[in-house]
Structures are given as C-alpha cells and as structure tokens.
Design a protein around this ligand. Sequence first.
Ligand code: GTP
Ligand code: MG
Length: 443
Amino acid sequence: METKFKPHLSVVFLGHVDSGKSTTAGHFLKKCGLVDKKLFEKMCQEAKNLGKQSFKYAYVFDRLKSERERGLTQDCKSLNFETENKNFTLVDAPGHKKYMKNMITALSQVDAVIMVVDATVGTFEKGFKKQGKIRELAIIASAYGAKQMIVLVNKMDVSSVDYSQARYNRIKDKMNPFLRRLGYHSGAFQFIPISAWLGQNLMELDTQSMGWYTGPTLYQALERLQEPKRATDQPFRLAVRDVYNVYGVGIVVRGVVASGTLSEGNQMVLSPTGGIFQARSILCHGKRIKEAQCGQFASVNLKYLSSRYIKRGMVLGHITNDPPCIVLDFTARIYVVNHPTQIRPGYEPVIDCHTSHITCKIDRFLQKINKNGRLLEKSPTSLRTGDHAIVHMIPLQPFCVEPYHKIPTLGRIIIRDMSIIVGIGSIQSTNKSKIPITKLKKK
Ligand code: GTP
Ligand code: MG
C-alpha cells in the first residue's frame, strides 16, 4: 500500500524560563499517546524522588540528569508526531538566558513557533515590558523567518488568573499589535488559553473552566499551519544540529534539510572541514527513506567519518553539485535592535546563523537605509538602536552561510553580544573560497 505524502513542518516551543514549554510539549505528546505508559510512570517516580513532581511532564523532553535535577531545560530536543494531514517535529528549546545559544540553534531550523507565555499576574507584564523576554523572543523568531506563530497563554489555572477571560483578552490585546508590527499578518498567529499542567485545550476543548473559549485547540492550530515555500530548486544543504555515535551503526547526524534533496548513497562534503563521505542510510520520523526532501528533519548515517570531525554548525552538501564553501566575507542587511551606545566599524559580535555561532568583524558600514530599503546615508560612521543598514562583515573563524534569497535558513543572522541580541538581519551576498575537497587528515 502506498503511504500518503504528508508535508513536514518543524515547530519550536519558545518562551520565558519556566513559562511551561516543556510541560506543554510533554503533556501534549502524552495526550497524543506518544509517551510510553511505563516510561512515564518511571519519570513520575524520578520526579517524585527528586522533589520535582511538578516537572513530570517536562521530563518527557528534559532528559539530561542535570536538567531533571534542576527542572531547567538546557539544550534543544525534538520528538516527532503526526496528524492526519501533516508530519511534525516538535522542538523544545531552553528559556534560560545562559542557554540562549541552544535556543537560537533550535529556532534556526523551524517553520513555525509556539510561543508559551505565562499568564500569571506580574509574570506576563515582566516579560512583555520594553526589552522583556517575550518581546525579545518574538523579535528573534520573526528575524529567523518563522512566519507563523501560535501563542499559548499558559497557566490559566493559577489563582491569580483563575481562568479569567478578561485576563486572556488583556494579554491578547497587548500582544496583537506588537506581533503585527513585527510583520505577522492576522492569519499568521493564533492565541490559545491553556493549562499545560492540567492539559486543558491541548487536544480537546475544555468546556468547564474555559467555556468562553471556542477554539482552536493546540492540535487544531498545528493542523492549520501552512507549509512554507521550500528552497527545493537549490543545491542540497543540511546544517548539522546533532551528532551521535550509535553503537553498531556508526555516526549519525541530524538536522533539517535546508535546500535540495539528499538520496541514499550520495557522496557528500562537509564544510568547513572538507571531509568526504557517503550517506549510508537516511531516517525520517523513525522510518528509513530513500530520499530526504527540503524541510524534512532527517537523521543521516555517514560512512567514512569519525565523530571527531563533525559537530554542530557544520554544513553538508553534495560533492559535485555546488558544494558548500567557506565564506571569506559577506554583506548583510541588518537592523539594530538593542545597543546601549553606538556600533562603530571594527565591532566583533557573535553572528548566529543556522546552527553555527561565529565571531565576525563588522568592518565597514556601506549604507544606512530606512525600513523600506531607501538610502539615507552612504558609509555612515556609527549605528544606533533602531537603525537599518547594509554592512560588510568578515568571519574570524570558518563560516559556511548562503545568501538569504537563495537558501533562507542559511542566510538569516542574529548579531549577539554575550547574551544580548544587538541586531538581526539577512545575508545579501557572499565571497566564497574554494574548500579543499580531500579526505580528512587525522589531527
Ligand atoms: P525552561 O525550559 O527551564 O525555560 O522552563 P519551561 O518553560 O520548560 O517550564 P517547565 O515546563 O519546566 O515548567 C516550569 C514550572 O511551571 C513547572 O513547575 C511546571 O509544573 C509549572 N507549570 C507549567 N505549566 C503550568 C500550568 O499550566 N499551570 C501551573 N499551575 N503550573 C504550570
Ligand atoms: Mg523546559
């Protein structure tokens, strides 16, 4: 029997620390029947032993010992599930600013965002104030091209909220204009009041405590998401997110296919190291597939490599069809979101692009422009918060990126100084070197 083709979407849970991302993700998958009963009982027992009962659903995603002990997500994890018409990869991201790099990695590979906000009186207000976490995350999400958003107004059960429709409306009314200003049109975001802890409005509508809410549920909202346009006509690229050394199988890399397709047996090259190998087998949603398409979250078993030579942030491409190369310098259009003083040429922030985080020097400001791209000033000497500009950058470490108009997921950037997001932008053009396509030498 032929299996029905379903579009594949990757969705990330974003939000303030402790807003309930992992609890929502875990409880939702449990309700979908995807969490083994015995395993869940074991998690509940572990949570009880650690005095963290309230984190039992979060343990579905929080699997590291330190995450479970602290009740804090540290790295991104993903699990697959499918609805009648779509396949999904759900990614749980950390909220703590210490793990911002991992959150950005998670965000770099997704098509839509589930923003979890804590409705508790005082907590939402703190996150939504100027330079608060909710605003910052929404800005990052829009910069990374997540054009669709589901906003979950969580913790409706806490006493300060008490399932109040007025409270839900107030949060919605505050976020609505802000999201529109970021470029989300009215059909691109949906609000849902939930209690992740009690599982309300996740799979089925809660008619008792929130009888005033008529839908959709989280499940229905996911079904409504549209598959974005994919870079299918571009050469194959996959930015490595995870690397595993599986006993008896060998090296497996995971990530979203950013462009093109990958078939079993294909010869590939890894940038920036230049290592060559073959795709021995490809898995997607736990099933072996002959070909991974653009947008799919794939696990690829590699032949000829050892895990020492491959890590998060590297990029895979076909060896013959326009292989990925190191970028010597590039120009980008940027928007300065937040800088306490002014940026001057020579500034060396971290540039986050796909799963990579590389220090770059902004050596020249080419133009200051307005929001619509009209020239305001040639070669400005400084940039301040709120400015748009075209700048020239030089990576200080090997970096593999692509122009945004060719492969969007490899061309969006975030400019970061420690844990502060200074700016966002997109790569306009690149000056590439030819990487040596030779077998790796052992270091
Ligand atoms: P980080 O990953 O560390 O950023 O946190 P998180 O957003 O994943 O939050 P997590 O799911 O770990 O939940 C944090 C705390 O909030 C836990 O104690 C949860 O039980 C609690 N919590 C989550 N959702 C709800 C809810 O709907 N109602 C109530 N009362 N508590 C909730
Ligand atoms: Mg978490």
